[in-house]
Design a protein around this ligand. Structure first.
Ligand code: GRF
Length: 294
């Protein structure tokens, strides 16, 4: 259950602990203060007392948790949380949609076909960023792990099917409706149709688990890439973050990061090292790219 909460709120284990402590301390403080206030008045502990107590608690609770969240370092989380609750019951405005500069946030759609560890890192990276938001997760597989990640983070997802993607409108109206500015491919296995590329010129980024232009092209994905790197006797591999054009793994390189290939490496051990590089760099490179790219 704690794991689910952690995923739902998109927080680290330490942050989850601090949040739970804030709830507990804030809750006790609310009860204590509520009673103290009621004791000031000479009321019988009957239904009126209970009614006033409930109203008082409802008003005090947000204040208490916000107060406690400050020393706990969780103010931002609770500020949003309380705003969300408030907007759900119609007593607060929806959380601010504009960034600090008053501009509309830059909106990202993540396309992924697999378990989505990169998508998870990207979502986590931008979770409190008012200027850049992940607004949509798109997958071509209905059982892809990335869909659970999106659901846990409260991000809408879309499962696409081949015909419409390649032969019809390419889901472009759907992307437009969600005001998507940039498309991020994080392990998306279908080729991107021309229609999408021309709708998002220079705005589709991909991550490839090798140092392009080596070990790219059709069929070069997942373990196939790492097996090819090992078979070629390479002493280093890495990741390439690049723009997407009409050819597989071909567009302009935005950044590359390297790691060694060690003696005794298997495709699995190399994949793990590469994933580490991806998780460490992809979200930041996306941030740099999209922030400078509009
Ligand atoms: C990553 O290795 C990425 O480079 C490649 O697909 C993999 C996706 O992994 N394009 P995950 O689903 O994000 O874990």
């Amino acid at each position: 259950m704690l794991k689910r909460l952690q995923q739902k709120w998109n927080v680290s284990s330490l942050q989850l602990l601090l949040i739970l402590c804030t709830f507990a301390i804030g809750g006790s403080l609310t009860g204590y203060t509520g009673r103290k206030i009621l004791n000031l008045f000479d009321l019988n502990q009957d239904w009126l007392w209970v009614l006033i107590y409930v109203v008082l608690i409802t008003m005090l609770w947000p204040l208490s948790v916000i107060l406690v969240s400050i020393p706990m370092g969780q103010f931002r989380f609770f500020n949003r949380y309380i705003h969300k609750l408030g907007s759900r019951i119609g007593i607060a405005k929806k959380p601010e949609k504009l960034s600090k500069t008053g501009q509309k946030p830059i909106k990202l759609a993540i396309f992924a076909s697999g378990k989505g560890s990169n998508a998870q890192k990207i979502i986590y990276h931008f979770r409190w960023n008012p200027a850049i938001k992940v607004v949509l997760v798109v997958s071509n597989k209905s059982d892809a792990g990335v869909l659970d990640i999106a659901a846990n983070a409260g991000i809408p997802s879309l499962i696409i099917e081949k015909d419409r993607f390649f032969k019809n409108d390419g889901f472009l109206p759907y992307l437009a409706q969600n005001e998507v500015d940039f498309v991020i491919l994080a392990g998306f296995l279908w080729k991107i149709p021309e229609k999408l590329i021309s709708a998002y010129p220079g705005k589709i980024l991909n991550i490839h688990p090798a140092l392009l232009p080596k070990f790219g092209g059709k069929g070069m994905y997942g373990h196939h890439v790492h097996e090819a790197v090992l078979a070629a006797g390479e002493t280093e591999s890495g990741i390439t973050i690049h723009l997407v054009d009409e050819q597989y793994d071909h567009g302009k390189t935005i950044a590359q990061f390297k790691c060694p290939v060690l003696a005794g490496d298997t495709a699995d051990s190399l994949a793990e090292r590469i994933h580490g590089l991806e998780h460490a760099h992809f979200p930041e490179e996306i941030e740099k790219f999209v922030a400078g790219g509009r």
